[in-house]
Design a protein around this ligand. Structure first.
Ligand SMILES: Cc1cc2nc3c(=O)[nH]c(=O)nc-3n(C[C@H](O)[C@H](O)[C@H](O)COP(=O)(O)O)c2cc1C
Length: 178
């Protein structure tokens, strides 16, 4: 793949909060996870676990928990139906060490790009990791191990919106050449 093609893919990805009813095949989900596990990890520890939520009942519970959390924190109002209309993958880290969490984050970025290349939209939800109570609630829903940490909830599905593109800081603002 040429750089331009890869750059365009990265630049094209954006958070999607409205998905079509169309079902995402297991084959595509496996491709996304396969891309995730190619990521580097500290000492090649591969500290990740991916829980794919297929049950509509579980999606509903996750949505309710997320909505409650948003209300509790008085974050801007959001129609959270996108959770029930997507394939959520809960990315769990084997512990809450910084290196392992960073490794999981690298896997997630691979997954987002893979999903974009497969014609799917995605969203990463970090809210659960910002509130101990909600994180525990989510861990209970997916029967996560006590020591596991929720890194992000990643949603995948067929895009049903084209949001306005978010701006980015310029190279001058973020890079320094010493
Ligand atoms: C670590 C992380 C946590 C995020 N958590 C949420 C979230 O809880 N809810 C949400 O709607 N979007 C969430 N987002 C999406 C961001 O709002 C989004 O990536 C950002 O506004 C940039 O927009 P873009 O992804 O369309 O480029 C999260 C993104 C990241 C990277």
């Amino acid at each position: 793949m040429m750089h331009e093609e890869l750059f365009n893919l990265m630049n094209q990805r954006q958070s999607i909060r409205k998905f079509k009813e169309k079902e995402v095949s297991k084959e595509l989900i496996e491709k996304i996870i396969k891309a995730g596990v190619t990521a580097p990890s500290a000492f090649n520890s591969q500290p990740w676990r991916f829980v794919v939520i297929q049950s509509q009942e579980m999606k509903k519970k996750i949505r309710e928990s997320y909505s409650d959390l948003r209300k509790k924190n008085k974050w801007y109002e959001q129609d959270t139906f996108f959770i029930e209309n997507s394939v959520p993958i809960i990315v769990l880290c084997e512990d809450n060490s910084e290196m392992n969490t960073i490794s999981c984050a690298l896997a997630i970025q691979n997954m987002l790009l893979a999903s974009e290349s497969l014609g799917l939209g995605s969203l990463t939800i970090g809210a659960f990791s910002m509130d101990a109570e909600s994180e525990e609630e989510l861990k209970k829903i997916v029967s996560a191990k006590k020591e596991e940490k929720v890194v992000l909830v990643c949603l995948f599905g067929y895009k049903d919106e084209t949001p306005e593109r978010k701006t980015r800081k310029t190279i001058e603002e973020v890079a320094e050449f010493l």
